[in-house]
Design a protein around this ligand. Sequence first.
Ligand code: ATP
Length: 229
Amino acid sequence: MLAVKVENLKKIYNFGEQNLNALNDVSFQVNKGEIVAIIGESGSGKSTLLHILGTLDSPTSGNILIDGKNPFDKNDKNVSSFRNLHIGFIFQHNNLLPEFNALENIIMPGLIAGFPEKKVRTKAEVLLESVGLSKRKNHFPSQLSGGEQQRVAIARALINDPVLILADEPSGNLDSKNAMIIHEVFKEINNKFGSTVLIVTHNTEFADALPRRIRLRDGMIISDDRNNS
Ligand SMILES: Nc1ncnc2c1ncn2[C@@H]1O[C@H](COP(=O)(O)OP(=O)(O)OP(=O)(O)O)[C@@H](O)[C@H]1O
C-alpha cells in the first residue's frame, strides 16, 4: 500500500525576471510503514519537498497523492483539515504552545480535529509513555529540555494517527546525546505504530542507519538507496 506518490513534481520560485528551480521533476513512491531519510546539501530542495508534501506550499506542476488522495484538489479550508488529520509535522524548532503543559500540547490537534476529549487524552497518555515522558506530562515546555520538548512534539504529531509523519531536521538543534535519543524515538514509533516517516536530516550516521535514503541535488533525486538487511 502506498502512503505517498510523487509524480514529476516541480517547484519554481520567481524573483522578478529570475526563476529558481527548487524542485525539478521529482518522482518517487513511499510504501506505508517505511521510514526514509531525505538527504542532500544545503539548498538541494529538501525542505521545499517536505513543505509541499505537508501541503504548506503548493507545487508549480506535478502531482502528489497522500494515501491515494490529492490534497490540492480541495479548497484551502479542506487543505488545512486534510493536513491536521493526515499529516504529522516535526520541525527543528518544536513550536510547542508555551502556556500548555506537555499532555495538553499533545491533545490539542486531536481536539481541533473534533475527536472526543476522553479518547484523545487516553491516546496522548499512551504516546507520552512511548516517548518516555509519562512523568513529565504536567510540565510546561519551558520546564523541559530541548530533547524532551522534541519528544513531546513527536507525540503531538502522532495524536491523529497521521498517514504520514514529516520531520525537518528534528535533531538539528540538539546536542549529540539528545539527537541520538530523538533518532531512536523515530525508529521506535516507526516500529511500534507502523508510522510512515520522511525525515530530512544532515546527520549521516542517522541517515545511514535508516532503511532508505533519497538524496537530492539541485532539486533532483540523484539516488534512492535501500539497505539490504
Ligand atoms: N520561499 C522561497 N522563496 C524563494 N526561494 C526559496 C524559498 N524557499 C527555498 N528557496 C530556494 O529554493 C532552494 C531549495 O531550498 P530548500 O530550503 O528546499 O533547501 P534545503 O535542501 O532544505 O536546504 P537546507 O539544508 O539548507 O535547509 C534554495 O536555493 C532556496 O534558496
